[in-house]
Design a binder for this molecule. Structure first.
Ligand code: ASP
Ligand code: MG
Length: 420
């Protein structure tokens, strides 16, 4: 059995969904578990929907936009007589509307997950309906019945034991069906609340499924030809890394290479399950494979940019040195708010950290820290990482930039940059 994962771009419109079906047709003799993301930019739209509801604004226009987006794709796939094929989709839309009308608590992250999970639910219902119409033996599963998590909403931690027990049901279902469609990114708490695994978390779902089901491989279908040494959105002369080790891939993903979610690799490495990255535009092309052996690691410079960064520096108000007690304080605060540090540095009297700009969380962070610390920050920064750096690459990538912070190890250089 193989695990496939299709991200938002691969199901962003009717054409794309047809393409997914045509790829699945090529694997007719295989048993497949297919993990799918929300369509196109629907997760962002659902975030807007949640924000409108949470802040008691009019959410109706956004809801309409989300419904129409899916209905338009449905109409292009099925024509106007969509009724029979789409009961699952309509039911989910109704559930979403009902959810929106229930009273909203003041727990932002909890409410977020109850709404945003619909992106994946709607997407998979629609794709599954189309696959069945195309004569593929596929079945839809609610990933929340399989992926069991704790209740750290928006960044839920997987309970592997409880999930493993539910996953057994998939094996028997696969005896009857060839394809199982389920949602990436979502899970549920012991009390049945929906959770999400963090933005871009669908890759991780694919890895969890592979681990639990002892899959022979995972394939992530992307709009790029494989794992590249730089983001083709920003660089034109990218090089494909044909075959790299789990170790190298973890490093790249950890630093922010957007091609795979950082949590994806570890479960696969633990079981030695290879991960293929292939182009959904050109499914015949080789792609990249990530596997155990380090023999083929291509040590050319790879560069990774994280935009929209904020560099925060924290100094104790009493000018005491930043030592363990202060650091524990700061880390506790970050952890309770679910904020990740992208880069950090401490000096005798201050602690600096580079964070994603999330206004809602940062506001809370600053408010809490300001009780004991002076907090200063710089916005609109870029965190750049070069793996296997050389002077030429560093020079090229830092020209015209001011370097606010720099960290260097044997294989990796990282810098917080500001445009001059
Ligand atoms: N739909 C979710 C997101 O956009 C999860 C994913 O695509 O991996 O973040
Ligand atoms: Mg997505």
């Amino acid at each position: 059995m193989k695990i496939f994962k299709f991200g938002g771009a691969s199901v962003r419109n009717a054409e794309a969904v047809k393409n997914v079906a045509s790829i699945l047709h090529r694997y007719k003799n295989e048993k497949l578990v297919v993990v799918i993301s929300a369509m196109g930019k629907m997760t962002n739209a659902l975030e807007d929907l949640h924000n409108a509801r949470f802040h008691k604004k009019d959410y109706k226009p956004t809801l309409l936009e989300i419904k129409n987006y899916h209905l338009q794709i449905a109409e292009e796939l099925f024509g106007v007589n969509t009724e029979n094929n789409l009961t699952a989709l309509y039911d989910l839309m109704e559930l979403l509307e009902e959810k929106l009308m229930t009273p909203c608590s003041n727990e932002y992250d909890l409410e977020y997950d109850q709404i945003v999970c619909y992106g994946e639910l709607l997407s998979t219902a629609l794709v599954n309906a189309y696959l069945m119409e195309q004569g593929l033996a596929s079945a839809w599963l609610d990933a929340r019945q399989i992926i069991k998590t704790d209740n750290r909403y928006r960044d839920a931690r997987v309970d592997w034991n409880r999930s493993q027990m539910s996953a057994e049901s998939i094996t028997s279902l696969l005896a009857k069906k060839d394809i199982i469609i389920l949602q990436g990114f979502i899970g549920s708490t012991p009390s049945g609340m929906s959770t999400t695994l963090g933005r871009e978390g669908s890759d991780f779902t694919a890895a969890i499924m592979a681990y639990m089901l002892n899959a022979e491989s995972v394939t992530i279908w992307k709009d790029v030809p494989g794992m590249l040494n730089a983001d083709p959105k920003w660089f034109k002369d990218t090089v494909k890394l044909d075959k790299i080790s789990f170790h190298e891939a973890i490093e790249l993903a950890y630093f922010g290479a957007s091609v795979i979610h950082p949590k994806t690799i570890k479960p696969l490495q633990n079981k030695g399950i290879p991960l293929f990255i292939k182009s959904f535009v050109n499914p015949d092309a080789e792609g990249s494979v990530i596997q155990e052996s380090v023999e083929h690691d291509n040590l050319i410079p790879s560069y990774i940019f994280k935009g929209n960064q904020v560099l925060v520096s924290v100094t104790p108000k009493d000018f005491s040195f930043v030592v363990e007690d202060n650091l524990r304080d700061i880390f506790d605060t970050l952890s309770s708010l679910g904020i990740r540090i992208n880069l950090m540095e401490n000096s005798a009297i201050s602690f600096s950290m580079c964070l994603d700009k999330d206004d809602y969380k940062l506001e809370k962070l600053f408010a809490q820290l300001r009780a004991n610390y002076t907090v200063k920050y710089n916005e609109n920064l870029t965190l750049m990482t070069i793996r296997h750096y050389d002077d030429k690459t560093v020079q090229m990538l830092t020209s015209g930039k001011e370097i606010l912070l720099e960290q260097k190890s044997r294989h990796t250089i990282r810098m917080v940059l500001r445009d001059k």
